[in-house]
Design a protein around this ligand. Structure first.
Ligand SMILES: [Zn+2]
Length: 171
């Protein structure tokens, strides 16, 4: 999993930094947000898409190709993404999406409550969309440029800042 901030669109990185600082101020005793993923390679997305869809042997074969460790039978029962390889905002460079989780020390938290607290802050920026608000595949750890879809990624010169201008004007 890629967690490099250099592979995340600088606008999103700045938005996260502001939100994380505000989160720390409001909820100093709660687990704090951190990146679990910025950019994801096509090989990684192929392996993630297989999870919950292919047999364990095939999922782990694809994970090995992507440089990921093997998962268990139980973990392979659960889908973790609805996006086919090349159809996720994580797959471009810089990534137009990021995933987070929360931690205190080495202990990780994925409670809905923490995602909601963070989302309430970061969604003050009209350019940002939260996967927790999606209907078809709820993706609580996922934040991205609002309204941007996989179909936009193939457009030459697509600029998420210009695209999301429409949402900032409505404010
Ligand atoms: Zn994501």
């Amino acid at each position: 999993m890629g967690r490099k901030v250099e592979e995340l669109h600088p606008y999103l990185a700045a938005a996260h930094n502001r939100a994380a600082a505000e989160y720390q101020r409001l909820y100093p005793d709660d687990p704090q947000p951190f990146y679990t993923e910025t950019r994801r390679s096509t090989e990684e997305q192929t392996a993630y898409y297989a999870q919950g869809r292919e047999k364990l042997e095939e999922t782990n074969r694809l994970r090995k190709i992507a440089g990921l460790g093997a998962i268990t039978f139980e973990e392979n029962q659960r889908k973790v993404t609805n996006a086919k390889p090349g159809k996720t905002l994580h797959s471009v460079n810089p990534s137009l999406a990021y995933d987070i989780a929360f931690k205190i020390g080495n202990k990780l938290y994925y409670d809905l409550k923490y995602f909601q607290q963070y989302a309430k802050i970061v969604l003050q920026d009209p350019r940002i969309e939260w996967g927790g608000n999606w209907k078809s595949f709820v993706d609580n750890p996922h934040f991205q440029f609002r309204g941007v879809r996989a179909s936009h990624l193939s457009q030459v010169g697509f600029d998420p800042i210009r695209f999301t201008e429409q949402f900032t004007l409505k404010k």
